[in-house]
Design a protein around this ligand. Sequence first.
Ligand SMILES: [Fe+2]
Length: 389
Amino acid sequence: MTSFQYMCTTQIDFGVGAVERLPEKLQAAGFGRRLLVVTDPGLIEAGIVEKVVQPLHRHGYTVTLFDQVQPNPRDVDCLTGAQLLQSRWCDAVVAVGGGSAMDTAKTVALLARHGGTPQAYADGKRPYGELAPIACVPTTAGTGSEVTRSAVITEHSTHRKMTLKHEWLRPTLAILDPALTTTVPRQITAATGVDALVHAIEGYTCRRTQPISQAFGARAMGLIVRALPKAYRDPLDIEARSDMLLGSLLAGLCFGSADVAAVHCLAEALGGLYDTPHGLANAVFLLPVLKYNAQEHVAVHADVARLTGMASDGDNPATAVKKLLTGLEAWLQELEIPALSSLPHVSRGDSEKIVELALANNSTESNVRAVDANAYRTILEETFRQGGL
Ligand SMILES: [Fe+2]
């Protein structure tokens, strides 16, 4: 008999123009008038932050900007943001950006209210508590962090990726406006979009999955596989952008109450060691991990093949899996995802470090097929071989 629990308390407002409704949503949700907007300098320069902040100013909100968010967000920056929130007496936090901005915002809101360091929470040494309320305005279609209860922060001294996870970290509001995503550069569109597909696949197949996550993941896979090449080719295709933002939201609802798995464990190791953008790191490991997993778990990967549209209902499971692997390879090529060996700073000589970091990741045990150090070594070798080294 099936037995599971599912919770997502985030209020979602989705659609072109949703950002204009942010002030009324904040008011209805009982946010205070002093807001800390957490973002990165690139989004200010691109004029995206202005599109969020203008309606807030018009409605009398006081906005303090914290624009020190970096890719693979760091513990030290979260501490700085928390100090700023306290010194400006901010009531609530609005994240504008991708996963890095949202994960930083969650951690800033936690540290400002309850003190300590990200490490203390990630290592279970400090109890979580209610946060300053958070609204997320994602500007990329990828992370799904706007509806998840986790934040991934890098310990800058060791490059370790730490996962903070608790219901208190789930944002109160998620404002998803596809029009905010049309200026995302093509390479970032591709990489973040593949991250969303990995969320759907890992959330659907992992050991901690359950029927509700699978329902969200099933819908997300088809949307993402169809829409991402369109958004990549034509950044102004608002239908494709909208489908991608919806796909990444559904993928967030999928893995957010299940887990990610080996692709993310390897990707986070890479991100911690070399600052490789999260989406790109996921994209390079997707196929080798799927090959490894599908050898033992054919049926669930045949499901993935059909849900992504790579195989049809008439295909037997083994054929469906073959079509999934060849279809995804072509799909990744269409998105011009580079090989692992061509990524900046990545060195084959660091393989043992990558394996060690991936093994230490809690999500390793969620992978549908058991993974040990040797399995990670094999997958890593396979991924390096794809690059021709
Ligand atoms: Fe991810």
